[in-house]
Every structure is written in structure tokens, then in C-alpha cells.
Design a protein around this ligand. Sequence first.
Ligand SMILES: [Fe+2]
Length: 273
Amino acid sequence: MIFARQHTYGPVKGFEVGIAPMGKPIKSVYLYHIDSILIDTGPHHLRKKVSSMIDYDNITTILLTHHHEDHSGNAGLLKDQYSVPVYLHPYGVSKLSNGFNILPYQHILFGKAPRVQAETCPEIIETENIILKAVHTPGHSKDHTVYYAEKEGWLFSGDLYVGEKIQFFRIDERIDQQIDSLKKIAELDFDMLFCSHRPSMKDGHTLIQRKLDYLVSFNQQVLELHKKGMKEKEIIKQLRVKNDLSVKLFTMGNACFSHMVRSSLNTLQDYQQ
Ligand SMILES: [Fe+2]
């Protein structure tokens, strides 16, 4: 039922966890441990497994890429038990201190993240053996932040990448911000992509560039169809994708293709639904 596997990427340890009713996890989540830093904390449902995998005596800093429950679910627990400070973007600090509701599918997959008093992440995080730069990359969420190790050529990318040809957006995702964030990151020099769901130990920069190209082209396509006079529903029909209904039903409308199309249309100043 619970899937857990440890990976070693040189000095970085990756902890992959997920709920797996049929053998393979429905959605794997990765936590990373480098030097004395833990990046993301995993879903609250998997707290026992996460606790058994990680040596907390060696952790002095917890960095969160964003507040979503699959990343922040054990931050409170770890802070309380080990007195380790938790850092993220100020928007995420406020979400985690007030708590936030999640939908039934998120309860099933991840569990609700308990509240935690986190702190605003400094721009540079330095420990004995590593220097990380926090780079704000909104679009997936307002607080989304990646952590860049320039000397090593590593990017801890949270949910910035996840996959190249994304076809479903959450209701609050913004395509224009995602494109700007990907452009910002494409200017950096790195090869290893420590993604929270699909890491790649080579060609990380190429993957980021490909996702950027895809989103730019998708956005243009939607805007061109709109220029031709097509309404939102017609554009969605024209660009039809597989599995849209099943994803939409499972997530109770939180994630679907229409949010992605609408996000493009919302970049037009005069667009009215
Ligand atoms: Fe996320």
C-alpha cells in the first residue's frame, strides 16, 4: 500500500514515497537531503515512512519548494520534534500558518498538511558543504520556489517541471507566470534536475527548455484560435486531450485541460468568459 524507495545521487539522497494500491505509486513524491538540508517533507499520510527513512539528527534546515500538501505535509511534525526551522516564500508561510483546505482526492493521496510556523526563506542558504540560491518561480503556485546549486549544476525544481507536455492545470495555475519562471530558470547553468515527481540526473536544462517551448507554443495556439473567433469551449474541443474527463472527475474539477486553456485566454486583457 505504501511505496518507499531511497535513491543516491552522489552526495544527494532522494526519498521517493507514495500510495501504491496496485504496486506502483499513483503519484510519487520525492524529498531530497543534501548536507544538512532537507528539501520538502512529503505527504502527511506517509509521515511514519518518511520519519523512518530520514536521519533527522543531521538536518538543520528544512526548505519547502511550495506549500502544497504533498510537499509540506510533515514540516510541522519535523519542526516540533527536531526544532528544525522551516523556510519558504512568504505567501507559503501565511498558507501554512493559517492552514488550508484540500479536496477529497488530495486527502486520499496525501492527507492534510498540519499548520506550521514557517519563516521567509533567505535568498542564499549556506551550510558547510553547499550553497543554494532560492529563486521565486510562480505559476504552479504563487509561492513556488526552486533551489539552485550553481557550483554543482543542480536544480531542486519542486513542481516547476513535473513533465514536458502537461495537459492539466489546477484551477489556480497561471501559464504566463509559468512561462516567465521557466525563462528565468533556462538562463541558469545546470544539468541535474531534482524534480519533486520526476527527477532526471542528466539533461535537466534541456527538459526545462522543452517544457518552456511547449507552453509557449500551446499558449500561442490558444490565442490564435481565439483570434479566429473561437470561444473557450470550441478551443477545448479543437485541442481535445485524452483522459481529461477522468482527471477532472477524480480531482472534482480542480485539475483539467479547460483550466489550461482558460489560463491562456486570461492573459488577454480584454478577455471575458
Ligand atoms: Fe504542487
